[in-house]
Write a protein that binds this ligand. Sequence first.
Ligand SMILES: Cc1cc2nc3c(=O)[nH]c(=O)nc-3n(C[C@H](O)[C@H](O)[C@H](O)COP(=O)(O)OP(=O)(O)OC[C@H]3O[C@@H](n4cnc5c(N)ncnc54)[C@H](O)[C@@H]3O)c2cc1C
Length: 408
Amino acid sequence: MPTDPTYLIVGASLCGAKAAETLREEGFGGRVILLGSETERPYERPPLSKGYLLGKEDKSVIYVHEEGWYAGHDVDLRLGVTVTAVDPVGRTVTTADGESIGYDRLLLATGASPRRLNIPGADRDGVLYLRAVGDSERLAAAFRGGGRVVTVGAGWIGLETTAAAREAGCEVTVIEPEPTALNRAIGTELGEMFADLHREHGVQFRFGESVSELRGPGGRVGEVITSSGAALPADIVVVGIGAVPNTGLAADAGLEIDNGVVADAALRTSDPGIYAAGDLANSYHPLLGRRVRVEHWANALNSGPAAARSMLGQDVAYDPVPYFFSDQYDLGMETAGLPEPGTYDQVLYRGDRPGREFIAFWLAGGAVVAGMNVNVWDVSDDIQALIRSRRKVDPARLTDPDIPIAEV
Ligand SMILES: Cc1cc2nc3c(=O)[nH]c(=O)nc-3n(C[C@H](O)[C@H](O)[C@H](O)COP(=O)(O)OP(=O)(O)OC[C@H]3O[C@@H](n4cnc5c(N)ncnc54)[C@H](O)[C@@H]3O)c2cc1C
């Protein structure tokens, strides 16, 4: 008698947990096994650099599901279990404690890890990263003491963490080799707006500099040496220099790797039994006409379910307009689309830029390719629809705040 099929998910975070949920919602009656290295049940990471780090939100906000949800939906959640090898031919995975688990279909949702500093002194105590809930708790405890923080990297994680450190009363200096904050993410003009926001809150920036060494007494960090030779006193160094996809398992299994695990629009990898989603996957995006790897919450939320449907044999073309949000001090923003350098030829604004209540639109050939609403709400869906439509817009109507975006 044939046994029930086993659908195995490696990576028990937002993407993996939402995939498991979708398998059950779609009526899959076989075994669903969800394996994760971390010991917490699946949780969402955005609060770790915002409300939870600031002590304004309770830990309960982070979880994807209630504790009993997994057993209640017959999802075999195994925490503290690291998968060390995948055998695509035998269709088995091996765990760190030597167990072999067979699968019929496998979803890799192993996410990404912080890029590490590789300079003398990088392993000193007091050099902190932020990815997991424990990291957030360590940072919160470190910030509570006040003191001098040096943030390495003026990207989203670096800036959100800087805001939390300032709100806790720390002195913060941010070191960034680019000419301003978020330079590659949103361009110089808008990046400078974020830098100004932080300056108004007392943050010092050292743009055009990198960190060359961390020094200090007794194995602890006490001083940050920059590429210009400056020595900055530091009780804590927070490193936010990007993330790298956790491709090791997939690479060892012989899957195609290129800035993540390569997948088609149905999130199938180069092996017919293996799928990839979330921060890990570099999947073909039909709307954008190229492969993209998106390290955003909404992508983990939506690509897990898309991969699950694909595993069930449904026709899937995963192509949402990428979406991202950030909160820093009293500024909230959402970005739709990917305003990467070279993908646009014009930036237009509507609303009050000095008052930081506006929308920025990035255009290519007269069509909107990305939009960022800053302290303006309930417009992201319309911006996404505009991007999806690919139609040329009238700049005067686009920048007129009295014309609803849906009618531009
Ligand atoms: C602090 C922080 C704040 C963020 N804030 C925002 C935000 O404001 N807005 C936004 O859009 N995005 C934000 N993001 C990004 C967002 O959280 C990620 O895009 C999302 O977590 C990706 O989910 P994932 O499930 O693909 O991967 P991950 O969340 O990285 O999870 C992968 C999981 O797989 C596990 N794993 C890895 N290898 C193995 C293995 N071999 N065996 C078993 N388990 C394994 C890992 O331990 C991990 O639990 C933030 C990220 C961080 C770190």
